[in-house]
Design a protein around this ligand. Structure first.
Ligand code: AGP
Length: 613
C-alpha cells in the first residue's frame, strides 16, 4: 500500500505534501515523488525515502499552491526513479499518483501502445494517466469526464489524484478499494487529500471519507463529489476525534494489532488475480515462465528464518500433499554453513518478509553457486532476495511494521499454497477439480479469518488469566505442528514468556515432564485426520494437572468437560487450517504482551529485518 497526499488552496503545497508523506511512510517508502502546479506542472521523484525527495528537489522550483505527492510500496515494477510516482501522460501535461493495483493494466497498455503511446515505467499507474489523455485526445469530454471514463475501464483497486497543466483550476481524486480521505480546509477553496487522516489532522478536523466508486472534483475552489456514473453525492462531513499517533495505526493501539486485523484483506491481496477458481487456471508469472523447469524438479528445499521458516514447514505438507514432491525445510542459518548436496534439478525456495535477511540471502547464494534453481517468496518488492531469485512470487501483504510477523506469515502460506497447487497441476499430481476445490475454499478464508478475529474478547479474558505464567507449551499435529511453533514464537518474542512449540505426539518424549498446574498448554485440536490422537495428548496433559487451552473447530463441544478453555475457530480443509488457526494465537500473544507492558511493536533485542548474521 502506498501513501498519497495532495493539496489545493492558498498555502505552499510542497511543505504540506512532504510533511504529510513523512506521516505516511509507514505505508511504504521505496520511492517518493511530488507534482507541483504553478502555471506549469513540475514533477520531482526519486527512489528512497521522502527525505531523498527533499534532497533532489532542493534548489529547484518548488512553488505552487496545488500539488500532490506519493510514497511508494512497490507492487508492479521495482523501486526505482522511473517507477516512482507521480507518473505523467504522453504529452507530460497530465500527472497522476495512485495507490492500488490495476489488474487489467497490461490489456489497456497494449491498446495504448497501438495508438502510439510510449511508456517509461513498468507500472500499472502510468497506463492510467496515458488512458486519460488518450480519451481527451479522441473525444470532446471534459478533464473530469475523461477521468471518469478511464476509471470505468479499470479492473482492480485505486485511490488516485490527477492534475492537468491545461486545467490548473482542477484537482481530481477518486477511489475504489483503496482509502482516500478529504480534509475540508478554511473555506477559501482549500482541500486536503490523503490515504488516511494523519497528513490532514493538523490542518483540519473536518473530513470526508470518499466511498468506493466516488470521484471528487475540485474546480475553481468548489468541490463536488459524484459517483463514477456521474451521480452527484451529498458528502458526509465528519469531525476527526483521533490524535495523530492513533491515526497512523488506523485507530489501533499498535501496528501489530492493526496488521493482525488486516489479514482478511492481506490474504485476499496475496491471491487476488492469481487464479480462476471456476476453472482451476493459474495466472502466476513464476508458474507460467518456469513451468517446464518446475515440472521436472526432483526436490524442493525451503529456506528461511523464524516465522518464515514456520511458513516453510507448512509448505512442506502442502507440496508433499498436493505436488507429491520431496521437500526439505532448512533453517537458512544452518543450510548456509553446511555443505549441502544440491543438484541442478533441485529447487531452492527462499521465504522472507523483508527480503533482506542475511542468513537467507547467504543460503540462496550457496544454492546458486551449486547450480540449483532459486525462487523467492517475499513481501518487499525489489528487495535483495527477489533480485537474487530466478523467479518467485510477492506476497502483497503491504508493509508489515510490527516486528512480530503476523500478516506476512499468513500471506506467505497463501502464496506457498498457490505455488504448491500450481506445481501439482504441472506435474499432473492433482486433478483440476481438486485444485479448483482448494481455490474455492481459499476464497472463503478471508471471511473465516474475520470470524476467528471475533474471538478477541474471549482471548482478552484468557490473556488476563495467564499473563503471569512463566512457561507455555504449544502442541499441534500435521499442518498445525508449524502453527504450534509459530504460536510459541509469537508469545516469547513479544511477551518474553518462555514458550515452546512441539508436535503433540512428541510430548511423551520429554516435554511431558514439564507439565503441572502452572503450565498453560495451548493445543490446536481442530478437526483433522489426527483429531483423536490430539485428544489423547490432551488427556495426557490433563492427567498431570496441566492447564489446556484448546482450539477446536466451530461447533465441536466434545472437549468442554476435558479442557480448561475452548476457542472455537471456523472450520476449513486441513491444508488451509494454518491460515485460520494462527489468528487466535497471534491475538493471545498480543494481549498477554500488552498486559505485561511490553513494547509490542518493537520487542527488546529484536529487529524487523535481521540483515546481519
Ligand atoms: C517473526 O515474528 C520474527 N520477526 C522473525 O522470526 C522473522 O520471521 C525472521 O527474522 C525472518 O525475517 P524475514 O521473513 O524478513 O526473512
Amino acid at each position: 500500500m502506498c501513501g498519497i497526499v495532495a493539496y489545493i488552496g492558498h498555502r505552499d503545497a510542497f511543505d504540506i505534501i512532504v510533511k504529510g508523506l513523512k506521516r505516511l511512510e509507514y505505508r511504504g517508502y521505496d520511492s517518493a515523488g511530488v507534482a507541483l502546479m504553478n502555471g506549469d506542472l513540475r514533477v520531482y521523484k526519486s527512489q528512497g525515502k521522502v527525505s531523498d525527495l527533499e534532497a533532489i528537489s532542493e534548489g529547484k522550483d518548488r512553488s505552487g499552491s496545488t500539488g500532490m505527492g506519493h510514497t511508494r510500496w512497490a507492487t508492479h515494477g521495482a523501486p526505482n526513479n522511473e517507477n516512482a510516482h507521480p507518473h505523467v501522460s504522453q504529452s507530460g501535461d497530465i500527472s497522476i499518483i495512485h495507490n492500488g493495483i490495476i489488474e487489467n493494466y497490461a490489456t489497456l497498455k497494449e491498446g495504448l501502445i497501438q495508438r502510439g503511446h510510449n511508456f517509461s515505467s513498468d507500472t500499472d499507474t502510468e497506463v492510467l494517466v496515458h488512458l486519460v489523455e488518450d480519451i481527451m485526445d479522441h473525444s470532446k469530454l471534459s478533464f473530469a469526464d475523461a477521468v471518469r471514463s478511464a476509471l470505468k475501464q479499470v479492473i482492480g483497486a485505486y485511490a488516485i489524484v490527477i492534475l492537468s497543466k491545461n486545467h490548473p483550476e482542477h484537482l481530481i481524486a477518486a477511489r475504489k478499494g483503496s482509502p482516500l480521505v478529504i480534509g475540508i480546509g478554511d473555506g477559501r477553496g482549500e482541500y486536503f487529500f490523503a490515504s488516511d487522516a494523519t497528513p490532514i489532522v493538523e490542518y483540519t478536523k473536518k473530513v470526508i471519507y470518499l466511498k468506493d466508486g466516488e470521484i471528487a472534483i475540485v474546480e475553481n475552489q468548489e468541490m463536488i463529489i459524484k459517483t463514477i456514473e456521474n451521480v452527484v453525492q451529498t458528502p458526509y462531513i465528519q469531525e476527526l476525534e483521533m490524535n495523530l499517533e492513533q491515526l497512523e495505526k488506523g485507530g489501533y493501539p499498535h501496528f501489530m494489532l492493526k496488521e493482525i486485523y488486516e489479514q482478511p484483506k492481506s490474504i485476499f491481496d496475496s491471491y487476488r488475480g492469481r487464479f480462476d477458481s471456476a476453472t482451476g487456471e493459474f495466472h502466476m508469472r513464476s508458474i507460467e515462465e518456469f513451468g517446464a523447469k518446475l515440472k521436472d524438479i526432483k526436490r524442493l528445499i525451503l529456506v528461511g528464518c523464524g516465522t518464515s521458516w514456520h511458513a516453510g514447514l507448512v509448505a512442506e505438507y502442502l507440496f508433499e500433499d498436493f505436488a507429491r514432491l520431496p521437500v526439505e525445510v532448512e533453517y537458512a542459518s544452518e543450510f548456509r554453513y553446511r555443505n549441502p548436496v544440491l543438484y541442478s534439478d533441485d529447487l531452492v525456495l527462499a521465504i522472507s518478509q523483508s527480503g533482506e535477511t542475511a542468513d537467507t540471502l547467504a543460503a540462496m547464494d550457496l544454492a546458486k553457486r551449486k547450480s540449483a534453481t532459486v525462487f523467492g517468496v517475499c513481501n518487499v518488492v525489489g528487495s535483495s532476495i527477489p533480485r537474487l531469485s530466478d523467479a518467485g512470487a510477492y506476497t502483497h501483504a503491504g508493509p508489515e511494521i510490527g516486528v512480530a510477523s503476523t500478516k506476512a506469515f499468513t500471506s506467505q502460506v497463501t502464496v506457498l499454497t498457490l505455488l504448491a497447487l500450481g506445481i501439482a497441476k504441472l506435474r499432473g499430481a492433482m486433478s483440476i477439480d481438486k485444485i479448483a476445490g482448494v481455490m474455492q475454499e481459499l476464497e472463503q478464508i478471508p471471511e473465516k479469518i474475520e470470524k476467528a478475529l471475533s474471538l478477541n474478547d474471549e482471548i482478552v479474558k484468557l490473556s488476563e488469566k495467564y499473563k503471569d505464567s512463566r512457561n507455555f507449551l504449544y502442541l499441534g499435529r500435521g499442518y498445525n505442528f508449524p502453527v504450534a511453533l509459530e504460536g510459541a514464537l509469537k508469545l516469547k518474542e513479544i511477551s518474553y514468556i518462555h514458550a515452546e512449540g512441539y508436535p503433540a505426539a512428541e510430548m511423551k518424549h520429554g516435554p511431558i515432564a514439564l507439565i503441572d498446574e502452572n503450565m498453560p498448554v495451548v493445543v490446536v485440536a481442530t478437526n483433522s485426520e489426527h483429531y483423536e490422537k490430539v485428544v489423547s495428548n490432551i488427556q495426557e496433559v490433563k492427567a498431570r494437572k496441566g492447564v489446556v487451552i484448546a482450539l477446536v473447530s466451530e461447533g465441536n463441544r466434545m472437549l468442554d468437560g476435558l479442557v480448561d478453555h475452548v476457542l472455537e475457530v471456523p472450520e476449513t480443509i486441513e491444508p488451509l487450517s494454518p491460515l485460520v488457526n494462527t489468528i487466535p494465537l497471534q491475538l493471545l500473544s498480543y494481549h498477554i504482551a500488552v498486559m505485561r507492558d511490553c513494547n509490542v511493536d518493537q520487542p527488546r533485542n529484536l529487529a524487523k529485518s535481521v540483515t546481519v548474521e
